[in-house]
Design a protein around this ligand. Structure first.
Ligand code: MET
Ligand SMILES: [Zn+2]
Length: 345
Protein backbone atom coordinates (compact mmCIF):
# COMPACT_ATOMS: atom_id res chain seq x y z
CA UNK A 1 0.00 0.00 0.00
CA UNK A 2 1.22 3.48 -0.73
CA UNK A 3 2.35 5.45 2.30
CA UNK A 4 -0.32 8.10 1.88
CA UNK A 5 -3.08 5.56 1.56
CA UNK A 6 -1.88 3.72 4.67
CA UNK A 7 -1.95 6.93 6.64
CA UNK A 8 -5.33 8.08 5.35
CA UNK A 9 -6.82 4.70 6.32
CA UNK A 10 -5.36 4.99 9.77
CA UNK A 11 -6.88 8.44 10.20
CA UNK A 12 -10.24 7.24 8.97
CA UNK A 13 -10.23 4.30 11.38
CA UNK A 14 -9.53 6.73 14.23
CA UNK A 15 -12.46 8.98 13.41
CA UNK A 16 -10.42 11.47 11.37
CA UNK A 17 -8.02 12.68 14.04
CA UNK A 18 -4.99 11.23 15.79
CA UNK A 19 -3.53 12.52 19.04
CA UNK A 20 0.20 13.23 19.07
CA UNK A 21 2.16 13.28 22.35
CA UNK A 22 3.38 16.39 24.18
CA UNK A 23 6.78 17.82 25.10
CA UNK A 24 9.26 15.02 25.66
CA UNK A 25 12.05 17.20 27.01
CA UNK A 26 9.53 19.12 29.12
CA UNK A 27 8.23 16.03 30.82
CA UNK A 28 11.71 14.57 31.31
CA UNK A 29 12.48 17.75 33.25
CA UNK A 30 9.29 17.44 35.28
CA UNK A 31 10.38 13.95 36.23
CA UNK A 32 13.65 15.35 37.56
CA UNK A 33 16.10 15.07 34.65
CA UNK A 34 18.68 17.82 34.32
CA UNK A 35 18.96 18.34 30.55
CA UNK A 36 20.43 21.81 30.52
CA UNK A 37 23.08 20.63 28.09
CA UNK A 38 23.88 20.89 24.36
CA UNK A 39 22.48 17.37 23.95
CA UNK A 40 19.24 18.40 25.70
CA UNK A 41 16.80 15.47 25.94
CA UNK A 42 19.36 13.20 24.24
CA UNK A 43 21.47 13.43 27.41
CA UNK A 44 18.90 11.17 29.07
CA UNK A 45 19.70 8.42 26.58
CA UNK A 46 23.11 8.22 28.19
CA UNK A 47 22.20 9.03 31.78
CA UNK A 48 18.73 7.65 32.34
CA UNK A 49 17.09 5.80 29.42
CA UNK A 50 14.48 4.37 31.78
CA UNK A 51 13.08 7.88 32.26
CA UNK A 52 12.63 8.24 28.47
CA UNK A 53 10.63 5.01 28.47
CA UNK A 54 8.51 6.34 31.32
CA UNK A 55 7.73 9.58 29.47
CA UNK A 56 6.62 7.58 26.41
CA UNK A 57 4.47 5.40 28.61
CA UNK A 58 2.81 8.36 30.34
CA UNK A 59 1.93 9.95 27.01
CA UNK A 60 0.38 6.71 25.77
CA UNK A 61 -1.63 6.43 28.97
CA UNK A 62 -2.77 10.03 28.48
CA UNK A 63 -4.24 9.02 25.11
CA UNK A 64 -1.49 9.74 22.56
CA UNK A 65 -1.72 7.70 19.36
CA UNK A 66 1.75 8.75 18.27
CA UNK A 67 4.83 9.03 20.47
CA UNK A 68 7.92 10.90 19.27
CA UNK A 69 11.36 9.51 20.07
CA UNK A 70 14.14 11.20 22.05
CA UNK A 71 16.32 11.74 18.97
CA UNK A 72 15.42 15.41 18.43
CA UNK A 73 18.82 16.68 19.54
CA UNK A 74 20.62 13.30 19.30
CA UNK A 75 23.23 13.58 16.56
CA UNK A 76 26.36 11.65 15.69
CA UNK A 77 28.67 14.70 15.94
CA UNK A 78 26.93 15.67 19.19
CA UNK A 79 27.60 12.28 20.76
CA UNK A 80 31.13 12.05 19.34
CA UNK A 81 31.97 15.44 20.90
CA UNK A 82 31.17 13.79 24.27
CA UNK A 83 33.70 11.05 23.71
CA UNK A 84 31.44 8.36 22.26
CA UNK A 85 32.71 6.39 19.27
CA UNK A 86 30.91 6.42 15.94
CA UNK A 87 29.52 2.94 16.60
CA UNK A 88 28.32 3.93 20.07
CA UNK A 89 26.69 7.09 18.73
CA UNK A 90 24.81 5.16 16.07
CA UNK A 91 23.75 2.61 18.65
CA UNK A 92 22.32 5.36 20.86
CA UNK A 93 20.34 6.69 17.91
CA UNK A 94 18.88 3.24 17.29
CA UNK A 95 18.05 3.00 20.98
CA UNK A 96 15.79 6.04 20.75
CA UNK A 97 13.49 4.04 18.47
CA UNK A 98 13.84 0.90 20.55
CA UNK A 99 12.89 2.69 23.79
CA UNK A 100 9.70 4.01 22.21
CA UNK A 101 8.86 0.64 20.63
CA UNK A 102 9.38 -1.11 23.98
CA UNK A 103 7.14 1.43 25.75
CA UNK A 104 4.50 1.02 23.06
CA UNK A 105 4.59 -2.78 23.17
CA UNK A 106 4.37 -2.83 26.98
CA UNK A 107 1.42 -0.43 26.80
CA UNK A 108 -0.35 -2.64 24.24
CA UNK A 109 0.21 -5.67 26.37
CA UNK A 110 -1.33 -3.96 29.39
CA UNK A 111 -4.33 -2.94 27.26
CA UNK A 112 -4.77 -6.53 26.11
CA UNK A 113 -4.56 -7.73 29.69
CA UNK A 114 -7.40 -5.34 30.49
CA UNK A 115 -9.36 -7.36 27.95
CA UNK A 116 -9.50 -4.60 25.41
CA UNK A 117 -10.57 -6.12 22.14
CA UNK A 118 -7.90 -6.16 19.43
CA UNK A 119 -10.03 -4.04 17.14
CA UNK A 120 -10.56 -1.47 19.89
CA UNK A 121 -6.88 -1.15 20.68
CA UNK A 122 -5.64 2.40 20.61
CA UNK A 123 -3.39 2.84 17.55
CA UNK A 124 0.08 3.57 18.85
CA UNK A 125 2.78 4.58 16.43
CA UNK A 126 6.40 5.49 16.97
CA UNK A 127 7.66 8.59 15.14
CA UNK A 128 11.45 9.02 15.09
CA UNK A 129 12.33 12.65 15.69
CA UNK A 130 14.80 14.54 13.53
CA UNK A 131 15.56 18.01 14.85
CA UNK A 132 17.06 20.75 12.72
CA UNK A 133 20.73 21.67 12.30
CA UNK A 134 19.90 24.64 14.55
CA UNK A 135 18.84 22.26 17.31
CA UNK A 136 22.23 20.52 17.07
CA UNK A 137 23.96 23.92 17.37
CA UNK A 138 22.00 24.47 20.61
CA UNK A 139 22.36 28.24 20.22
CA UNK A 140 18.71 29.11 19.66
CA UNK A 141 19.00 29.11 15.86
CA UNK A 142 16.20 26.59 15.56
CA UNK A 143 14.02 29.60 16.45
CA UNK A 144 15.73 32.01 14.04
CA UNK A 145 16.48 29.71 11.11
CA UNK A 146 19.55 31.83 10.40
CA UNK A 147 22.49 29.56 9.65
CA UNK A 148 24.80 32.21 8.23
CA UNK A 149 26.13 32.88 4.73
CA UNK A 150 28.38 29.81 4.71
CA UNK A 151 25.49 27.37 4.90
CA UNK A 152 24.53 25.49 1.74
CA UNK A 153 22.00 22.86 0.79
CA UNK A 154 24.76 20.28 0.36
CA UNK A 155 26.17 20.98 3.83
CA UNK A 156 22.75 20.51 5.38
CA UNK A 157 22.23 17.28 3.50
CA UNK A 158 25.60 15.98 4.65
CA UNK A 159 24.76 16.91 8.23
CA UNK A 160 21.46 14.99 8.15
CA UNK A 161 22.34 12.04 5.90
CA UNK A 162 23.81 9.45 8.24
CA UNK A 163 21.43 10.10 11.14
CA UNK A 164 18.48 9.74 8.81
CA UNK A 165 19.81 6.43 7.49
CA UNK A 166 20.44 5.04 10.97
CA UNK A 167 17.06 6.13 12.30
CA UNK A 168 15.23 4.73 9.25
CA UNK A 169 17.04 1.39 9.58
CA UNK A 170 15.68 1.12 13.13
CA UNK A 171 12.21 0.85 11.51
CA UNK A 172 10.05 3.42 13.26
CA UNK A 173 6.46 3.73 11.96
CA UNK A 174 7.12 7.32 10.95
CA UNK A 175 9.88 9.91 10.87
CA UNK A 176 9.08 13.36 12.31
CA UNK A 177 11.15 16.24 10.93
CA UNK A 178 10.31 18.74 13.64
CA UNK A 179 10.73 22.46 14.29
CA UNK A 180 12.03 23.05 10.75
CA UNK A 181 13.02 26.73 10.82
CA UNK A 182 13.60 27.50 7.13
CA UNK A 183 12.99 26.39 3.58
CA UNK A 184 16.50 25.23 2.77
CA UNK A 185 16.38 22.61 5.51
CA UNK A 186 13.02 21.32 4.23
CA UNK A 187 14.64 21.07 0.79
CA UNK A 188 17.48 19.07 2.30
CA UNK A 189 14.99 16.62 3.85
CA UNK A 190 13.01 16.22 0.63
CA UNK A 191 16.20 15.63 -1.40
CA UNK A 192 17.62 13.16 1.12
CA UNK A 193 14.40 11.14 1.32
CA UNK A 194 14.62 10.62 -2.43
CA UNK A 195 18.39 10.14 -2.74
CA UNK A 196 18.58 7.68 0.14
CA UNK A 197 15.33 5.95 -0.89
CA UNK A 198 14.02 6.17 2.68
CA UNK A 199 11.08 3.82 2.93
CA UNK A 200 9.51 5.19 6.13
CA UNK A 201 6.54 7.59 5.87
CA UNK A 202 7.38 11.02 7.28
CA UNK A 203 5.90 14.30 8.43
CA UNK A 204 7.57 17.68 8.20
CA UNK A 205 6.53 20.45 10.60
CA UNK A 206 7.72 24.06 10.72
CA UNK A 207 7.78 26.65 13.49
CA UNK A 208 6.61 30.23 13.28
CA UNK A 209 6.87 33.24 15.57
CA UNK A 210 4.57 35.61 13.71
CA UNK A 211 1.82 33.40 12.34
CA UNK A 212 2.72 34.37 8.78
CA UNK A 213 6.15 33.01 7.94
CA UNK A 214 8.35 30.27 9.34
CA UNK A 215 10.83 31.58 11.90
CA UNK A 216 13.53 32.40 9.31
CA UNK A 217 11.10 34.65 7.44
CA UNK A 218 10.65 32.18 4.55
CA UNK A 219 7.00 32.16 3.42
CA UNK A 220 5.05 29.48 5.30
CA UNK A 221 2.98 28.39 2.30
CA UNK A 222 6.10 27.88 0.19
CA UNK A 223 7.60 25.68 2.89
CA UNK A 224 4.41 23.64 3.27
CA UNK A 225 4.07 23.29 -0.51
CA UNK A 226 7.63 22.07 -0.82
CA UNK A 227 7.24 19.54 2.01
CA UNK A 228 3.91 18.29 0.66
CA UNK A 229 5.39 17.74 -2.81
CA UNK A 230 7.49 14.86 -1.46
CA UNK A 231 5.87 11.43 -1.99
CA UNK A 232 7.16 10.15 1.39
CA UNK A 233 5.39 12.95 3.27
CA UNK A 234 2.08 11.79 4.77
CA UNK A 235 1.39 14.95 6.82
CA UNK A 236 2.65 18.52 6.99
CA UNK A 237 2.18 21.24 9.55
CA UNK A 238 3.39 23.22 12.52
CA UNK A 239 5.02 22.47 15.86
CA UNK A 240 6.57 24.42 18.73
CA UNK A 241 4.62 27.54 17.81
CA UNK A 242 2.33 29.59 20.08
CA UNK A 243 -1.30 28.41 20.07
CA UNK A 244 -2.61 31.82 18.98
CA UNK A 245 -1.01 31.44 15.53
CA UNK A 246 -2.17 27.91 14.77
CA UNK A 247 -5.65 28.55 13.39
CA UNK A 248 -4.45 30.99 10.72
CA UNK A 249 -1.52 28.79 9.78
CA UNK A 250 -3.80 25.77 9.28
CA UNK A 251 -5.97 27.81 6.91
CA UNK A 252 -2.88 28.93 4.99
CA UNK A 253 -1.49 25.40 4.79
CA UNK A 254 -4.78 24.23 3.34
CA UNK A 255 -4.37 26.66 0.46
CA UNK A 256 -1.39 24.70 -0.81
CA UNK A 257 -1.98 21.06 0.12
CA UNK A 258 -4.66 18.43 0.56
CA UNK A 259 -2.37 16.23 2.68
CA UNK A 260 -3.33 15.76 6.36
CA UNK A 261 -2.32 18.67 8.58
CA UNK A 262 -0.51 18.06 11.84
CA UNK A 263 -0.19 20.64 14.60
CA UNK A 264 1.47 20.40 17.99
CA UNK A 265 1.93 23.88 19.43
CA UNK A 266 3.98 24.80 22.45
CA UNK A 267 2.31 26.49 25.41
CA UNK A 268 2.90 29.97 24.01
CA UNK A 269 6.12 30.82 25.77
CA UNK A 270 9.27 31.75 23.84
CA UNK A 271 12.68 30.08 24.03
CA UNK A 272 15.39 32.54 25.02
CA UNK A 273 18.39 31.02 23.27
CA UNK A 274 20.88 33.14 25.20
CA UNK A 275 19.52 32.56 28.69
CA UNK A 276 18.52 29.02 27.72
CA UNK A 277 15.11 29.26 29.32
CA UNK A 278 11.45 29.60 28.36
CA UNK A 279 10.04 33.07 28.94
CA UNK A 280 6.54 34.46 28.72
CA UNK A 281 6.22 35.98 25.26
CA UNK A 282 5.62 39.69 24.86
CA UNK A 283 2.08 39.13 23.77
CA UNK A 284 -0.64 37.47 25.69
CA UNK A 285 -2.38 34.64 23.94
CA UNK A 286 -5.12 36.89 22.59
CA UNK A 287 -2.58 39.31 21.11
CA UNK A 288 -2.88 41.88 23.92
CA UNK A 289 0.40 43.33 25.15
CA UNK A 290 1.31 41.58 28.36
CA UNK A 291 2.33 44.79 30.10
CA UNK A 292 -1.23 46.09 29.58
CA UNK A 293 -2.76 43.23 31.53
CA UNK A 294 -3.28 42.84 35.26
CA UNK A 295 -0.71 40.42 36.65
CA UNK A 296 -3.37 37.95 37.78
CA UNK A 297 -4.34 37.39 34.16
CA UNK A 298 -1.03 35.75 33.34
CA UNK A 299 0.29 32.27 33.77
CA UNK A 300 3.92 33.32 34.09
CA UNK A 301 5.39 29.86 34.31
CA UNK A 302 3.08 27.90 32.07
CA UNK A 303 1.95 30.15 29.21
CA UNK A 304 -1.44 28.94 28.02
CA UNK A 305 -3.07 26.67 30.59
CA UNK A 306 -4.22 23.16 29.72
CA UNK A 307 -7.86 24.28 29.74
CA UNK A 308 -7.12 27.21 27.40
CA UNK A 309 -5.30 24.80 25.14
CA UNK A 310 -8.32 22.57 24.96
CA UNK A 311 -10.68 25.35 24.02
CA UNK A 312 -8.54 25.76 20.92
CA UNK A 313 -8.75 22.10 19.97
CA UNK A 314 -12.23 22.32 18.46
CA UNK A 315 -11.25 25.32 16.40
CA UNK A 316 -8.14 23.57 15.08
CA UNK A 317 -10.12 20.45 14.27
CA UNK A 318 -12.76 22.52 12.46
CA UNK A 319 -10.18 24.40 10.46
CA UNK A 320 -8.76 21.10 9.23
CA UNK A 321 -6.08 19.67 11.55
CA UNK A 322 -6.02 15.85 11.50
CA UNK A 323 -3.25 15.29 14.03
CA UNK A 324 -3.18 17.32 17.25
CA UNK A 325 -0.71 17.23 20.11
CA UNK A 326 1.58 19.51 22.09
CA UNK A 327 5.21 20.55 21.98
CA UNK A 328 7.44 22.29 24.53
CA UNK A 329 5.93 23.09 27.93
CA UNK A 330 2.99 20.77 27.36
CA UNK A 331 2.69 17.62 29.46
CA UNK A 332 0.69 14.37 29.71
CA UNK A 333 -2.02 16.49 31.37
CA UNK A 334 -2.33 18.59 28.22
CA UNK A 335 -2.50 15.48 26.05
CA UNK A 336 -5.13 13.86 28.26
CA UNK A 337 -7.21 17.04 28.00
CA UNK A 338 -6.82 17.11 24.19
CA UNK A 339 -7.70 13.43 23.91
CA UNK A 340 -10.81 13.85 26.05
CA UNK A 341 -11.89 16.97 24.16
CA UNK A 342 -11.63 15.09 20.87
CA UNK A 343 -13.56 12.12 22.23
CA UNK A 344 -16.36 14.45 23.34
CA UNK A 345 -16.77 15.81 19.83
C1 MET B 1 12.09 22.27 20.38
S1 MET B 1 10.82 21.28 19.84
C2 MET B 1 11.16 19.77 20.66
C3 MET B 1 10.41 18.64 20.13
C4 MET B 1 10.67 17.33 20.81
N1 MET B 1 9.82 16.31 20.23
C5 MET B 1 10.37 17.42 22.29
O1 MET B 1 9.21 17.45 22.64
O2 MET B 1 11.21 17.40 23.12
ZN1 LIG C 1 8.99 22.24 21.11
Amino acid sequence: MRKEEWFQNLLKQSGGCLVVDGGLATHLEHLGANINDPLWSALCLIKNPELVRQVHREYLEAGAHIIITASYQATIPGFCSRGLSLAESEELLRRTVLLAVEARDAFRKSQQEKDIDDKNLQPALVAASIGSYGAYLADGSEYSGIYGPEMTLEKLKDFHRRRLQVVAEAKPDLIAFETTPNKIEAQAYVDLLREEAIDVPVWITFNSKDGVNVVSGDPFEECIGLAASCPSVVAVGINCTPPRFIHGLILNAKKVTTKPIIIYPNSGEMWDGEKKEWVVSHFCDNGVHIQDLPFSFLHPSTGVSDTDFVSYVHKWRESGASLIGGCCRTTPKTIRAISEALKRR
